[in-house]
Every structure is written in C-alpha cells, then in structure tokens.
Design a protein around this ligand. Structure first.
Ligand SMILES: Nc1nc2c(ncn2[C@@H]2O[C@H](COP(=O)(O)OP(=O)(O)OP(=O)(O)O)[C@@H](O)[C@H]2O)c(=O)[nH]1
Ligand SMILES: [Mg+2]
Length: 204
C-alpha cells in the first residue's frame, strides 16, 4: 500500500446502455463495485466512492471506503457526468496523487496497478499518468496529480464537459506497458469496461 496515493471510484452513472445498474452486476459472485473497492483498498488507505444521491450502495461498499453523494441539480434529470464526479472526489483528497477508477472494470488487477504506480513521475508539470487505448487516453483507469483541480475547474467554467477535451490541453504522461507480451496483453485487457449486455457476455 502506498500512503502517498488515494483512490476515487466513480459509480454515479446511469448504466443506460447496460439497462441495469452496472455497479451491482456480479462478476465471479461479487458485485462489480465491491470488487473495485476491494482492489482499491489494497492500493491506498483512503478510497472515495462518488455516486448519485439516489443510489444506496451501503451494502456493497466496505465500511473503510468513504461514500460521497453527488447532489442532484434541481433542473437536471441526468447525472452531470464523470468529470463532475471526479471533481467532487478530488475536493476530499489529501494525497499528492490519486488513482481514478470506473466501477465497470471487471479485469482490474492490483499487481498491474502496483507496477503502474512505480511510473508516477516526480516532475511537477505532469498532471496525469494514463494508459493509452485504441481510441486515445483511458481516463478512468489512471493517475492524476491532486492539484489538477484548479485546471479542471477552469475547464468546466469555460464550458468543458469531457475528459478527452480537458486532457487534450493538459500535460499527460503515458503509462508504459510491459515488454513481456503476456503482461502487456493483461494490461490492455484490464482497460476493458463493460457497458452493454454484450460486453457482459464476453466476461462470463
Ligand atoms: N460519480 C459519477 N460517476 C459517473 C457519472 N457518469 C458516469 N459515471 C461513472 O463513470 C464510469 C464510466 O461511465 P460509463 O461507462 O459511461 O457508465 P454510465 O454512464 O453508467 O453508462 P451509460 O449510461 O451507458 O453511458 C462509470 O463507473 C460510471 O458509474 C456521474 O455523473 N457521476
Ligand atoms: Mg464504461
């Protein structure tokens, strides 16, 4: 466990493509959010789970995790999106770095996360350490410097909504995958997030 890092897990989405709450889908008998919390707790002493005020995850989130409920905007029926969830979580983080995780990563692997943590850069002008997937940055399975909060707030104030938009203007370092082909395959597989019933069939 590295005391210089915290974890934020985002679990406030609508699961609209899945058609049922992804956080509660059981993989190998355990709800996805509970699995994610268990791995996070092995990596950091403080784990924040950011979710909607409408959800009750008290039965699946371990007591050692800190639940943050996002307020619902009076004129909005939908949640505000992962970037806003991240901001809510970041406000509570006291460590220099934070690992941000989606709740729908069934192949999350704590040994790989541990190896990635060894790449955390000492240079101050890097604000994130992220894996690159086929379509660019994978923002919901990577590391951020906690003092990226002002930059994020500014991006939001200027009307920005997406992680990709924010990251395009930020200084981001790429996570180097292993030279060993098997480990590299595992690292790429870890980024698989299940969004649809079809995705779910792939893992069962
Ligand atoms: N806290 C918080 N988390 C969110 C919000 N929107 C999405 N997330 C989380 O961000 C992660 C990635 O989002 P998606 O995979 O698109 O999940 P989703 O938004 O529930 O699913 P769709 O409705 O099908 O897009 C998931 O862990 C979601 O729970 C939000 O407004 N607040
Ligand atoms: Mg997803």
């Amino acid at each position: 466990m590295n005391p210089a890092i915290s974890v934020i897990i985002l679990a406030g989405g609508q699961s609209s493509r899945m058609g049922r709450d992804k956080a509660l889908i059981r993989v190998e008998g355990i709800p996805l959010l509970q699995r994610t919390c268990a791995i996070a707790l092995q990596r950091a002493p403080e784990v924040f789970v950011v979710t909607s005020a409408l959800r009750d995850y008290s039965k699946v989130v371990p007591d050692r995790c800190i639940l943050i409920k996002e307020p619902l905007l009076a004129n909005e029926s939908k949640p505000q999106g992962p970037l806003v969830g991240f901001i809510q979580g970041l406000k509570q983080v006291k460590t220099e770095w934070v690992l941000l995780l989606a709740c729908d990563l069934p192949r999350l692997n704590q040994e790989i996360l541990q190896r990635w943590m060894l790449q955390l850069p000492p240079i101050n002008d890097v604000i994130a350490l992220l894996p690159q997937g086929e379509k660019g940055w994978e923002p919901l399975c990577g590391f951020y410097r906690t003092d990226c909060l002002p930059s994020l707030n500014q991006f939001r104030q200027q009307g920005g909504r997406s992680f990709q938009g924010w990251l395009a203007q930020a200084s981001v370092q790429t996570i180097q995958f292993s030279d060993d082909p098997d480990t590299k395959r595992q690292e790429q597989a870890m980024l698989f997030n299940c969004n649809t019933p079809e995705d779910l069939r792939q893992i069962s």
